[in-house]
Design a protein around this ligand. Structure first.
Ligand code: 13P
Length: 332
């Protein structure tokens, strides 16, 4: 257990965070296509290499979350991606859930699949170098009707089972109950749903022998829905997000990371900075940092365009953003 507690603490080391490079094949293809790049396994590999081989990532990244395909891919010169990272002291991680499907009790909601065969998959991912892992559940807000507590509970039980299995396999589980930004809900409604969701997740965790000192919580920030027409100030986001976390996340949890969820890179940076500052002021018991996909990658991807001659410019853009997000995570 000590080992995974140490790894969990390393994931949230001061000034560092995670790159979520774990888009499924379908999502990665969508990102490539929307930047005029024709998707293929080779282009997805090149896309990953732009980020993983950028100089100095180890100054800002404690770890990278891979998708299964990427864990077995290599750089142009034949170095496996997990080895490239561990040689730099960056911890390789792996997303293990197998996506969502409509919930039987209410097909408007989603539950996450992937528990079957997890121990065998964990053993194989461990062999490939992964030391932490992620499971994403999706919670959608629709007025006062969604989410139902039934669907949240089902997702929470699965998150908890996953966390238990991961720890048994010697991997740190990152539990991500993502409350979607999409919708026209108010900030207050987002606050209520994220609070309830985290509370239900921790109730489910308490039903199993999960070591809370060896998990990481990955959560959404509290924001008004993306179709609400409201832009929240970083101070509002920080105040509400900290309120939620202080009431829902036990102090022994070693760290909390945020997803960017469709915020612009600047918003995700400014909101993280405000949260970090307020957390310091309030003496929050856990380190708080980033685990972004889009907010770290979208600007560089737009520069890269799938062309070798743009790689170094794209990497500069990525490192610049990463540096700013890392500074934001310590309130600078
Ligand atoms: P975004 O930062 O793009 O929301 O992605 C983070 C993530 O891991 C979503 O599952």
């Amino acid at each position: 257990m000590n080992d995974i507690q140490t790894i969990a603490r390393d994931i949230v080391a001061v000034g560092k965070g995670l790159l979520a490079a774990d888009e499924s094949v379908k999502t990665a293809n969508k990102r490539l296509t929307s930047n005029g790049i024709s998707p293929s396994e080779e282009m997805r590999r090149q896309y990953r290499e732009v980020f993983l081989s950028a100089p100095d990532i180890e100054k800002y990244l404690s770890g990278v979350i891979f998708f299964e395909e990427t864990l077995g891919q290599q750089t142009d010169d034949g170095t496996l991606f997990p080895k490239l990272l561990s040689d730099k002291g960056v911890i390789p991680g792996i997303k293990v859930d197998q996506g969502t499907e409509p919930f039987d009790d209410n097909p408007d909601e989603l539950v996450t699949n992937g528990l079957i065969g997890l121990p065998e998959r964990f053993a194989s991912f461990y062999k490939s170098g992964a030391r932490f892992t992620k499971w994403r559940a999706v919670v959608r807000i629709d007025g006062d009707t969604l989410p139902t507590s039934h669907a949240v509970l089902e997702n929470a039980k699965r998150l908890s089972s996953y966390a238990h299995e991961a720890q048994v396999a010697g991997l740190v589980p990152v539990l991500e109950p993502e409350v979607l930004l999409e919708g026209n809900h108010s900030m207050l409604r987002a606050k209520e749903v994220i609070t309830n969701t985290l509370n239900i997740v921790f109730t489910a965790i308490d039903d199993l022998p999960v070591d809370k000192k060896a998990i990481i919580i990955k959560t959404s920030m509290v924001l008004s829905g993306s179709e609400s027409g409201k832009t929240d100030t970083p101070e509002e986001v920080a105040e509400n997000t900290l309120d939620v976390l202080m009431t829902s996340v036990p102090p022994e949890v070693p760290g909390i990371v945020f997803l960017s969820g469709g915020q612009s890179p600047d918003q995700a940076t400014d909101n993280l900075r405000a949260i970090a500052r307020l957390a310091k002021e309030k003496n929050a018991p856990w380190p708080l940092t980033f685990s972004y996909a889009r907010a770290l990658q979208s600007e560089a991807l737009a520069m890269w365009q799938g062309k070798k001659e743009n790689v170094s410019k794209a990497q500069d853009i990525f490192i610049n953003r990463l540096h700013r997000v890392s500074e934001a995570s310590i309130g600078n």
